[in-house]
Structure formats: C-alpha cells, structure tokens
Write a protein that binds this ligand. Structure first.
Ligand code: ATP
Ligand code: MG
Length: 566
C-alpha cells in the first residue's frame, strides 16, 4: 500500500468521550469511525488489524477441529421463546417486528440458532462430537456502551458451540478450548490469566474467563501470590475468614442498642470486632413477572457480592428496596437479623454456618441479640454471598489474594443440557436411548481484542502493534520525495517486498518528514525504514516503534536485516 493512496483519516484530537488510550488512538489513528453510540466502522487500517486477529483465531480454532460457519444476525424470536430466554434476557436483547408483525431479535449470542441448526440433523452419537463456530457481528443493547471497541453495542465475536454424547466428552473439549485460547492470546502477545467465572445469563455450570491484566479493565479479579488461582470477583472463593480477636461471649439475650445501627457503631457500642456482627443487606429481587424483598446476611466485616446474591436468589436483577417496601415487608431497617425472621426470603453467608458468639439485629427498633449461635437454619438458607477482598487467603493454598483489574477477552462455558433440553435437541446414544446433547460454548471478543492490544501496548504518542496484529509491519518513509535517488530506491525496495508478499507500506506523500514520523508513531507500525539524508552515503535508518532504537543499516546489508524484521 502507498500512503498517498491510503484512506487513513488521522486526527490531532480525539472525541471528548474518548478517555482510554485504545479509544483515543483507534480514532486518532484513523482505524475506526463512529456512527452512533457503541456503533463503529472499521476503516482500512482497522480492517487489516481485525483480519489479522481473526486469522489467528481461525487458525487455532480450525487446528482444534472446529468448523467455521456463518449464522444470521437477525434471529426469529420464536427460537428464543423455545429456550426460555426471550423473557429473561433483559434489555440487551434488541427486539423488533417485520412488516408482517413477526417478532425478531438481533443475535447477542447464538446458542438458540446453533441448537436449531443441529437438532434433527445430527441424530446419533456416531456423529458426535461436533464443534461449529463463527466470527461474526453481534448486537447487544448495552446499558453503557463506552470505551470505543471495548464495549460496543455492535461488535465482532468468535462464538463456538460444541455438541457431545457425554459430560466427559464435553469436559475434554472444554480443556481443549482452554489450551486453544491460551495459544491464541499467547500468539497475540497478551499478558492474560484464565480465571474462574460466574456463568451469567448464558447459564450452565463450569465456566472460565480469559482476562488480560490491564489497569483500565472493567473487571475486578483476585489473583493468588503463591499458586495459579485466579478468579473474577463475581465468583471468587477464599479460605474461610478467621480472626485472633476475642469473641464477645454472652448468653443469648436481647440488648437495648439505641444507636444508628451501622456496623461501625454496633461494633463500637459492644467494643467487638465487626467479624462477630451480622450485617443484613435488604434488596428487591426482580423476577420474570413479579418482585420480592430478599435479605442477605453476611459478617459485619464483609460486603455482599451482588452477582453471587443475584444467583442465589435466582433473580433476574437485584435493585435497592426503598423505605416503604422494607417497612411493608415487616422489616426494621438497621435492626434486621435472621433470628425469628419469618414470611420473608432470606439467605445467610456460608461462613456464618455453625458460628457462635455473634451479634445481630433483633428485628425491633433499638434492639440487638447477643450470644447468637447459627445452628437452627436449614441448609438451603446458606450460600456463598461474601465478596472476597484483597488480603483474603487463597482457597487452594492459603497464599494471599490480591485484587487487580482485567479486561475479559474470552469466556468458555460448559452449558450441559440447558439449551438442548429446552429446545428438544436430542441424539440416540449407544443403547438407542434418546438424550439431549451435552453442549459447550466458547466466545472471544475479536473486535474488543484490537482495543485490548492497544491498552496493553501504547505510549503517549500512539499505538505500538506487534507483528501479529500490526496493519503493516514496515513503514518505508521517503524523507524527502523531491530527492529522486532516494525516492527510486525506496519505491524499488517497496515493490520487491510486495512481490515477496511482505506487509509493507510506502510513505510516498509529499509531506514534511516530521509529519510522516508522527503518523508512524500514532498508527504504531512495528518498524519504520527511513530513506533520508544518509542515503547518499549508502545508509538507511531502521527505527523500532516499541524500543525507539534507531540504527543505520548499510544498503548492501539491508536484505539480511529486513529478514529479521518480518
Ligand atoms: P462483559 O462481562 O464484558 O459484558 P460478557 O460476559 O457479557 O462480557 P460473553 O457473553 O461471555 O461476554 O461474550 C464473549 C466475549 O465477547 C467476551 O469475553 C468479550 O470479549 C466479548 N464482548 C462481550 N460484550 C462485548 C461488547 N459489548 N463489546 C465488545 N466485546 C464484547
Ligand atoms: Mg455483557
């Protein structure tokens, strides 16, 4: 490509809402353009980056035995009604009608469509396993589209779906995908971790997220300093919390506590560690066609993890309950405790099970119970509810957990029979018995990756692509196009490299040298080769974008040096 012909509308300024480097540089470098909130076009440079990422993903998926297909973006609502997700998916699912008043959705993910493709076409265990994937457009009407390609509404995902005759075979594929993803993100040069994850709206059991460690990440992840354990905060576990402080030993009794009833005041009032108090978090759980007040109890020193709580209550969403709703539910805000609480849904954190010497609200204004023992609650009341914090101990090795930020680039799930059961997709097993397929699904944010690579590699001047993702690897800059000998040399070199199918661009624009260097740094090609003043002495200058190192190369040694570059 000749720069003089390239459509790369670079800009000095980024739009005001662009705060992250990836967003700023993708726009300023002319990689993408925006048409609306969370809606982007890929311009020539952006399209090349996207295609390179896509090719790496495709190569590794094909190597793992998956087959590429392409599914429609517009999906009949009926398929979503069959799986039961039409009602529960929420507002991210964009629904619309055609001229005949039929209902449709724009596919945010394709479990329903792929299950429909496979059902009645695959009938026997002999045709299994089968793994189909696509690299295609998704639409999610995100509540807060932001950060450019990191959270768009329309974006490109690699989504794969596998079908198996048994849970064991699904687990084998899941492990294979973990290896495949590791290979993909390693090839892209990313610093990432596979972490234990919550399964979210997609559902199913085992699930792992691939997180790129980045300070601008939206996800909180806990990482062990000793072993390999890493988990999203939404699913993180810890070694049960302990304390060395003295427990407030007392016989069970009701105590007058005229305080404003925050946990701090309560532990101050009784002069005890908040560890021994019970905190009540009152929420309104929203279900398909109703809502209900639910109380979650955790230790006073802990916080409620909302995603764990939402899953425990099997709710679509948890929202704040107002004073009126709390009162109507018969609760006394600030003095709510699990003892004697009836006619209300409540759950208790696992770590409180069979604990003694606790203090909790007495469900009466200005009163608390002391000397509380947690022996009388049914097992169903207990769940993992507490948010794991920095400094808590690792559930695997008791090392210290630390909190870091990550950006999710991939997610793999064991769906089991959730969709195949709901949608009547079954095969005949070895004994001739009909069984729903065992399914897995595996996603990678392909367009998000373009931004993630910049988040991980940039400086104040612009992007720093590596060879795996760069739009072009070498930028040959003619420092002064009026210098005929230099221009001819550069053009000949460019044509030779093109003939060798190298990813090279020739900056032949009639512009100042400084202007061309700024574009090189902003766009972030891995190398520039400057044909400048020293050309008359038989030398050209090779610049590495990542290290900033400049070296003069003799023209007769250039071929050899360029071999290392590509
Ligand atoms: P998030 O928690 O970031 O919203 P998710 O759990 O909704 O992600 P999945 O449904 O697992 O995401 O989708 C698979 C992959 O698609 C994600 O790992 C992510 O890389 C990418 N992805 C999801 N939502 C978006 C989006 N709005 N814009 C760009 N990429 C996305
Ligand atoms: Mg999401």
């Amino acid at each position: 490509m000749r720069f003089s012909k390239l459509f790369a509308p670079t800009a000095k300024e980024a739009p005001k809402d662009a705060v992250l480097p990836s967003h700023i540089f993708l726009i300023r470098g002319g990689f993408i353009s925006q048409t609306g909130s969370g809606l982007y076009n890929f311009l020539p440079l952006g399209k090349r980056v996207l295609d390179k990422i896509r090719n790496i993903v495709k190569e590794e998926m094909d190597n793992a035995g998956a087959q590429e297909i392409s599914m429609g973006v517009v999906n009949p609502a009926e398929l979503w009604q069959q799986s039961g997700r039409y009602e529960v998916y929420g507002k991210e699912l964009l629904r619309f009608r055609d001229r005949k008043d039929n209902e449709f959705v724009l596919g945010p993910t394709h479990e329903e469509v792929v299950t429909d493709i496979v059902r009645n076409r695959v009938n026997s265990y002999k045709q299994l396993p089968l793994h189909l994937y696509q690299i295609n457009t998704k639409f999610r009407d995100e509540a807060r589209p932001r950060f450019g390609l990191l959270r768009g509404r329309e974006f490109i995902m690699k989504d794969g779906y596998s079908f198996h005759a048994s849970m064991e075979d699904l687990k084998r594929e899941f492990d294979l995908m973990e290896k495949t993803y590791t290979q993909i993100f390693t090839r892209l040069g990313l610093d990432f971790r596979a972490v234990a994850a919550d399964s979210g709206a997609i559902g199913g059991s085992g699930s792992k997220e691939f997180m790129v460690l980045a300070k601008n990440g939206e996800d909180d992840i806990l990482v062990c300093d000793k072993c390999e354990y890493a988990a999203n905060i939404e699913a993180a576990k810890r070694e049960k919390k302990r304390t060395d402080t003295t427990p407030p030993k007392a016989d069970f009794s009701k105590f007058h506590t005229p305080i404003n009833a925050s946990i701090e005041q309560l532990s101050e009032f009784f002069k005890v560690d908040a560890f021994y108090t019970i905190k009540a978090v009152i929420k309104k759980a929203v279900y398909k066609d109703r809502s209900e007040i639910v109380v979650f109890f955790v230790r006073g020193c802990d916080n409620l993890q909302e995603v764990k709580a939402k899953n425990t209550a099997k709710a679509l969403e948890l929202i704040e309950a107002n004073e009126e709703e709390i009162k109507n539910a018969g609760l006394t805000a600030g003095f709510c405790g699990p003892i004697g609480l009836c006619d209300i849904k409540f759950f208790i954190d696992n770590e409180l099970k069979e604990e003694k010497n606790l203090i909790c609200g007495a469900n009466e204004r200005d009163y608390h119970y002391v000397g509380v023992s947690m022996f009388n609650f049914k097992d169903e009341r207990y769940a993992d509810l507490a948010e794991v914090k920095e400094g808590d101990l690792c559930p695997c090795c008791e090392g210290k957990l630390s909190l870091t930020k990550g950006i999710e680039v991939g997610h793999i799930f064991q769906l089991g029979q959730k969709y195949s059961s709901a949608m009547n997709a079954a095969f005949l097993d070895q004994n001739g018995k009909s069984q729903p397929f065992f399914m897995g699904c595996y996603g990678i944010g392909v367009s998000r990756l373009a931004a993630v690579i910049i988040e991980a590699n940039h400086d104040e001047k612009g992007c720093i692509w590596n060879k795996q993702s760069a739009p072009y690897i070498l930028d040959i800059i003619i420092s002064n196009v009026k210098n005929e000998a230099g221009r001819e040399f550069a053009t000949k070199l460019y044509e030779d490299l093109i003939a060798q199918k190298k990813e090279v661009i020739l900056d032949d624009r009639n512009e100042r040298f400084g202007f061309k260097m700024n574009d090189f740094e902003l766009i972030g090609f891995p190398y520039a080769l400057i044909v400048g003043k020293e050309f008359d002495e038989g030398k050209v200058e090779l610049v590495s974008r990542a290290s900033g190192i400049k070296e003069f190369v003799d023209i007769d040694k250039l071929d050899e040096r360029l071999k290392e570059v590509f």
